[in-house]
Design a protein around this ligand. Structure first.
Ligand code: SAH
Length: 389
């Protein structure tokens, strides 16, 4: 059995509820060499037990704690955590057969992501230990959910940090296309071609929240639409929707989904959002509702200043395209940019546009992506809804 000795500051972090131990806080190992997926024991310098963790030989996040208990995890711990994750979704997910079934650390399963899309499931294993447990995860999914399709999306760049190979494909079933019903809207996802594992399920409840402010016959603009998550919900509310994205394949899927729902009034535009918003602003075009859901502009701290300029630019342009009484739905999925900092950027844009904002709702990701305040990384999505005056 391997025993990892860690610095006091790492022990304090664990005590506060954050499961990660950085490599720089790892003093060394006692006993046998660690061999993932076997959990290693954690101890401080005085030999006090701090629980058990998965070890990652390559990553800067060397250890991810699985339990604070002194006893080693029982062989059944993986199935128990998966069962708890499923029970949480059964309790908190309504009106959707697509949801994140397991959200890694937020479900006590570090490095494991499982998304459900109706009768299909897509998974990612992001650490060597979880990769080794993938067959056990697949067996559990088959026994509990009997999915028609299981896809692995182990082609995320996160795996590079662990020196894990990039791989994507079907483990079960014959098609990557999955049908789902979200808030009463039909979607088809491609589990092997889409971003993330197919769709942005974290925006599921925000799609419905935004659409609640659309008026039948009013106009709406969704500029980073991807496969039309916001756009389809706005169309269902009766709005005349213009939706744009840089990605032609995403727009094609969005359009197919619109037609499958009988929403034939959406205008799909392949465009750069910055250019499009500038054009609408300069030509005096107005919309009753504008949704901004860009990709994360701040991937690291060095990118924060440029990200702030990007967020300010699109928010400023959007505000100038909203009449008094218009609704701005503005999102940021950059974990490094906190809600207060994001709000300040939007406020600065409003000041430059000479507009006053009423904050209607401050939202985050859907409940199937649990927020654990002790693990700040689990709260990454900001979705602010404003009335513009
Ligand atoms: N709103 C979507 C998710 C958006 S993800 C939903 O709720 O499902 C971000 C999207 O922005 C991606 O589809 C990406 O193709 C697009 N994108 C990135 N940069 C862009 C740009 N400069 N202009 C337009 N779209 C862009």
């Amino acid at each position: 059995m391997a025993k990892a000795i860690i610095k006091d500051r790492a022990a304090a972090r664990l005590h506060a509820g954050h499961p990660w131990v950085y490599r720089s806080d790892l003093l060394g190992f006692e006993g046998a060499a660690p061999a993932p997926p076997a959990p290693v024991m954690l101890a401080d310098r005085r030999g006090r037990s701090l629980g058990w963790a998965d070890y990652s030989p390559q990553s800067q996040i060397a250890l991810r704690r699985l339990t604070a208990a002194e006893a080693a995890p029982e062989p059944t711990w993986l199935a128990e955590r998966l069962r708890a994750a499923l029970a949480y979704r059964r309790r908190f997910v309504a009106d959707s057969d697509a949801y994140r079934l397991c959200a890694g650390e937020a479900d006590g399963l570090p490095g494991l992501v499982v998304d459900r899309y109706g009768a299909a499931v897509a998974l990612q294993t992001l650490t060597p230990a979880m990769e080794a447990r993938q067959p056990e995860v697949v067996a559990w999914l088959e026994a509990e959910l009997a999915p028609e399709v299981i896809a692995e999306r182990n082609d995320t760049r996160l795996r590079q940090l662990e020196s894990l190979a990039s791989r994507a494909g079907l483990l079960r079933g014959t098609t990557p296309l999955a049908q789902a019903h979200i808030n009463g809207v039909r979607f088809e996802f491609d589990l092997l071609a889409g971003q993330k594992t197919g769709g942005f399920l974290d925006q599921r409840q925000n799609w419905a929240a935004a659409a609640a402010y659309a008026r039948s016959g009013g106009t709406a603009l969704d500029v980073f639409t991807y496969q039309g998550g916001f756009a389809l919900h706005l169309a269902r509310a009766g709005a005349q929707v213009t939706a744009a994205d840089l990605s032609r394949p995403a727009l094609e899927r969005a359009e197919r989904n619109a037609l499958a729902n009988g929403f034939d009034g959406v205008e799909w535009i392949e465009a750069n959002a910055f250019d499009l918003l500038r054009h609408y602003d300069e030509s005096g075009r107005k919309f009753d509702v504008i949704v901004l859901d860009p990709p994360g502009f701040a991937r690291n701290r060095a990118a924060l200043a440029a990200a702030a300029r990007g967020y300010k630019e699109i928010n400023l342009r959007a505000l100038r395209c909203l009449p008094a009484g218009g609704i701005l739905v503005t999102c940021s999925c950059s974990h490094l940019l906190g809600e207060t900092a994001f709000l300040e950027i939007v406020l600065a844009a409003a000041a430059d546009a000479g507009r006053e904002l009423v904050l209607l709702e401050r939202r985050t990701q859907s409940l199937d992506h649990p927020v654990l305040p002790a693990i700040s990384e689990t709260q990454y999505l900001k979705c602010l809804l404003f009335l513009v005056r």
